[in-house]
Write a protein that binds this ligand. Structure first.
Ligand code: ATP
Length: 405
């Protein structure tokens, strides 16, 4: 579809970036990135008419997203296609168009981060499937190498250093010696002092989303990049991230109903030992979205407070009372930093106590002739206390208990 539309509109259209890399590595690829030598937004609009999608254009960047919903066996699957206009200044001059056709995709690819991400496959029906590899991306995939396209790559965009580590960990590739030297040189030249802003936040989150983020953070430290993120970040963080990772893995085995984002747990571990104004400053520097910033700070504060107020003796009711008002992220954080006895109590809460609550409701008490008032809370607390001890399993037993109360 895209290929014949490309021919009709007279544009060169290419599949680019990570999806080609994944394709060559025979891995499933979640993203579809398309680059158009022409008007990317117009192409997205025409394509979406054919495939029944919804277009979200970003005129400032000449890009568009097509959202598609496909129903299969009663299940709705959503995915998106990102469409960009090939970035080249030549484009203004139609007279140069024939010559520019290949050079504009080449220029677009030259602006990318690593050779393995700078491959393109032509989608036009005429040359369908033609693989463009100007910078040795196929060879680097074969050799498992992360390599930048030119010496100024990190000067141009310092966040690429974080991406290099992410891809290296994610794909099991080595960062090439030359690229490694360029990172070290950039550190020496204080290029990374400029590392800030929303792109830094996005890359940090992507890094922490990977399966073993503690290794990536160790690699950041090896390159001297961790101190650049924050001067007080050091290798001790690695051990804390290992603990966090073990906790997150343990949580996965519990099949909790609540969803949480593990990358935020790791981000909080980075922040944990900072003073409160330093946390604020760090989150501001990386331009974490306001709602995320607020939630993370709130979680840290609640977890610290709850750990301080943790019941010293093993009272299920007290543990229940403390933890039931907290969100799952806060409880996971507590689990990371808790002492052994506290950890055991939190585990019991998550595996056994959490789901326990009185089966009777207010209206049941009313039916039993009890007038609404503060006594209701007292009754529910007493029922809960009994249930937490493993008694009063049925509603009838709860009624009998209330009658005696
Ligand atoms: P993943 O599968 O992990 O998402 P990806 O390659 O699709 O990997 P994205 O972050 O989605 O990674 O980026 C898509 C493409 O955009 C990359 O393949 C790369 O070509 C280009 N790109 C992204 N970030 C940069 C950057 N900082 N500098 C240059 N090119 C970039």
């Amino acid at each position: 579809t895209a290929g014949s539309l490309a021919e009709e509109m007279g544009y060169g259209v290419y599949l680019v970036g990570g999806s080609i890399r994944d394709l060559l590595m025979r891995k499933p690829s979640p993203d579809i990135d398309i680059v158009v030598e022409g008007d990317g937004i117009a192409f997205a609009q025409e394509l979406s008419k054919i495939i029944n999608g919804k277009v979200i254009p970003h005129r400032r960047f000449g890009t568009a997203k097509i959202l598609i919903e496909i129903e299969k066996n009663g299940e709705v699957k959503r995915f998106s296609i990102d469409i960009a206009t090939a970035r080249t200044e030549y484009y203004e001059s139609p007279a140069a168009l024939p010559k520019v056709e290949t050079s504009s995709i080449k220029k677009d690819l030259y602006r990318r981060d690593f050779t393995i991400n700078a491959l393109a496959v032509k989608l036009n029906t005429k040359d369908f499937g033609l693989l463009l590899d100007f910078f040795g991306g196929q060879r680097d995939i074969k050799d498992k190498k992360i390599r930048v396209l030119h010496n100024l790559s990190f000067v141009e965009d310092p966040t690429r250093a974080i991406r290099a580590i992410r891809f290296s960990e994610k794909l099991g590739f080595k960062i090439s010696k030359h690229t490694e030297n360029l990172i070290k040189l950039a550190v020496k030249m204080s290029i990374f002092e400029k590392l800030k802003g929303p792109r830094l936040y996005e890359e940090l989150i992507l890094l922490l989303k990977e399966t073993l983020p503690h290794y990536s953070v160790k690699r950041l430290a090896d390159y001297g990049l961790l101190k650049i993120l924050h001067p007080s970040f050091d290798e001790k963080l690695f051990n804390e991230l290992v603990k966090a990772h073990e906790t997150v893995q343990g949580m996965e085995l519990l099949f909790l109903k609540e969803k949480y984002r593990k990358e935020f747990i790791y981000l909080v571990v980075l922040l944990w030992n900072l003073k409160s104004h330093e946390r604020e400053e760090f989150l501001k520097r990386i331009c974490a979205p306001e709602n995320v910033k607020k939630q993370l700070i709130e979680n840290i504060t609640s977890a610290e407070k709850a750990l301080q107020n943790f019941p010293s003796e093993e009272s299920f009711l007290e543990v229940y009372k403390l933890l039931s008002s907290l969100n799952i992220e806060t409880i996971i954080l507590m689990m990371i930093y808790a002492e052994e006895q506290q950890k055991r109590a939190i585990s019991i809460y998550l595996t056994k106590l959490k789901e326990i609550k009185p089966l009777l409701r207010g209206e049941d008490l009313k039916k039993l002739g009890i007038q609404p008032g503060p006594v209701y809370k007292k009754i529910f607390d007493e029922i809960l206390k009994e249930k937490l001890q493993g008694r009063l399993l049925s509603k009838e037993e709860e009624i009998e208990f209330v009658k005696k109360f």
